[in-house]
Design a binder for this molecule. Structure first.
Ligand code: UTP
Length: 290
């Protein structure tokens, strides 16, 4: 059982790295094989036992709300045409009424600000955060892996992975303390440091379990790196007040906010589907892969 009942999905970013695809279509709606990226994220949270899914959206993102709605014309057409498999899948994929909640971040003031927009919905309990761009393929859902650690430690937990030295300036980087198997104590966090200033190569990936104390810092609306309200700064304020760990999670992460990361996700997920694996391998061979 997970103690994490609520998961927040901040999806108000502009997705400039995927332009022009994201001029109108939110990047979270781009398909990986046959599902929009956002659906993988919701399924991960649901498989981890979450009961409430809180989306922080922005202008031009209402199609996300439509995606999780029951499109009754479509359901009716599938029923009339007796397309049972498609109908069953669609029914299974539609969250029960009241499980998904949408609120808007009215200006993109940073990830920390987006999470703060969920404060009245999260209230006073630990909660998960999933950055939808980071698609994670794993045996056990990454959010469940973090929830397990939270249940053991009672504190905050972030997913971490080693990145090449020249990439530290793209991530929040952990100042690591004592290591215990896959867990590392977080002694400090630095947002997007130059490689020369980075305390390690351990980067925070888009999965978090946070305690509601994080809202204390976020309520101050202090700007940090890039003039944005950074979640990293708010998380750093928790260190020393409660246990704070990084988990080297089991699984593979694809950065779907980046063109090559997105393409790799498609190849990896298609290759892991029985009905597509062989065809995918054929395609890869034709384009020079061994
Ligand atoms: P990114 O740094 O990937 O920014 O945000 P972005 O705008 O989504 O994409 P690019 O870099 O322009 O291509 C990390 C996460 O934080 C959310 C984004 O939606 C993404 O999931 N975010 C960021 C917000 O919800 N609000 C913000 O103000 C900023």
């Amino acid at each position: 059982m997970t103690a994490v009942r609520k998961v927040v999905f901040p999806v108000a970013g502009l997705g400039t790295r995927m332009l022009p695809a994201t001029r109108v279509l939110p990047k979270e709606m781009l398909p990986v094989v046959d599902k929009p990226i956002i659906q993988y994220a919701l399924e991960e949270a649901a498989e981890a036992g979450a009961e409430q899914f809180i989306f922080i959206t922005g202008r031009g993102k209402s199609i996300i709300e439509d995606h999780f709605d029951r499109a009754f014309e479509l359901f009716q057409t599938l029923e009339e045409k007796q397309k049972r498999t498609a109908l069953e899948q669609l029914t299974y994929d539609t969250p029960a009424p009241g499980k998904v909640i949408f609120t808007r971040q009215q200006e993109p003031r940073g990830l920390g600000h987006a999470v703060w927009c969920a404060r009245h919905l999260v209230r006073d309990e630990p909660f998960g955060v999933i950055l939808v761009d980071d698609l994670i393929q794993s045996e056990r859902p990454c959010m469940a892996q973090l929830a397990d650690v939270h249940a053991r430690t009672g504190g905050s937990v972030v997913a971490v992975m080693e990145v090449p030295e020249e990439q530290t300036s793209r991530y929040g980087i952990v100042n690591p303390g004592r290591r215990d198997g896959d867990l590392v104590e977080v002694r400090g966090l630095v947002e997007k440091p130059d490689p020369s200033d980075a305390p390690s190569r351990l980067a925070v990936i888009g999965r978090y379990v946070l305690t509601p104390q994080v809202f204390d810092h976020l309520s101050r609306h202090q700007t940090g790196a890039g003039g944005e309200i950074q979640l990293t700064d708010a998380m750093e304020s928790l260190i020393g007040r409660q246990p704070f760990h990084g988990l080297s999670f089991e699984g593979r992460r694809f950065d779907c906010g980046d063109k090559l990361g997105y393409l790799e996700a498609i190849v990896a997920l298609a290759s892991s589907r029985d009905e597509l694996a062989e065809g995918m391998q054929d395609i890869l061979r034709r384009y020079g892969a061994r």
